[in-house]
Write a new protein. Structure first.
Length: 232
């Protein structure tokens, strides 16, 4: 079995709780969403016209590539796109990483709870998005996010919610209620949209942070630091 991979590279993690650590990034091809601000816009519906954009790797080939560039790195970021779309490959690949004592960091849109259940035992860290529909301009995934978070709590999980100039307060309130109803101690990060920084998005984050803190115990505003540093 082989995986469709867009790119493999080493850099620092620029988002969330582990911002600043060195990682090997494995960017899986394909996503089940079309977020308007996405910087990797290859959804599953794009596959016919973007075949040349990805390369196929076996478990052994991908592991070898990671080892060649990953010495001393904190972990391997399994990212995308949405990596959980390639769950059958990950069922073979993640145990291989664990066998080699490589820490697994899953960066996911948090919409595929059944797939997470199949893989959770071999994951160490989960960076889970909550997709606010007014930010993404996509349909809501509240039910999927709720199920996903309940499973993700078995590991080191934190939540990111991208805030744009179009984000509605009601979406943030719904996200707060969802998370606080499951575990109010979970780290909740408001991430200002980098492409929207001059349109009042920071002020919005500050306002939302105040509301979030009424029900959640650990709320932070963290931008995408790698973009300010001009890194991948």
């Amino acid at each position: 079995m082989k995986a469709k991979i867009l790119e493999i590279f080493r850099s620092i993690q620029g988002e969330g709780k582990y911002a600043g650590v060195s990682q090997v990034f494995v960017r899986f091809f394909g996503c089940n969403m079309h977020c308007v601000w996405c910087d990797t816009p290859y959804s599953i519906g794009d596959s016919a016209k973007t075949t040349g954009k990805y390369k196929e790797y076996s478990v052994e080939e991908l592991l070898r590539e990671i080892k060649s560039i990953g010495q001393g790195s904190h972990s391997v970021s399994i990212t995308g796109g949405e990596p959980l779309l390639q769950t059958e490959f990950l069922k073979e690949f993640l145990p291989a990483l664990k066998k080699n004592r490589i820490k697994v960091y899953l960066d996911t849109n948090g919409t595929l709870p059944n797939e997470l259940k199949d893989l959770i035992k071999d994951i160490d860290i989960i960076a889970m998005d909550i997709k606010l529909p007014s930010s993404t301009k996509q349909k809501s995934y509240w039910s999927e996010h709720k199920k996903f978070l309940k499973t993700a709590l078995k590991k080191d999980v934190f939540i990111k919610a991208v805030v744009s100039s179009q984000t509605h307060k009601k979406d943030v309130s719904k996200a707060i209620d969802l998370v606080s109803g499951i575990d109010p101690d979970v780290l909740f990060i408001l991430q200002p949209n980098y492409f929207d920084m001059h349109n009042g998005v920071v002020k919005k984050c500050l306002e939302f942070e105040e509301e979030c803190s009424t029900k959640l115990k650990n709320v932070r505003i963290i931008p995408q630091m790698h973009k300010f540093l001009k890194l991948r």
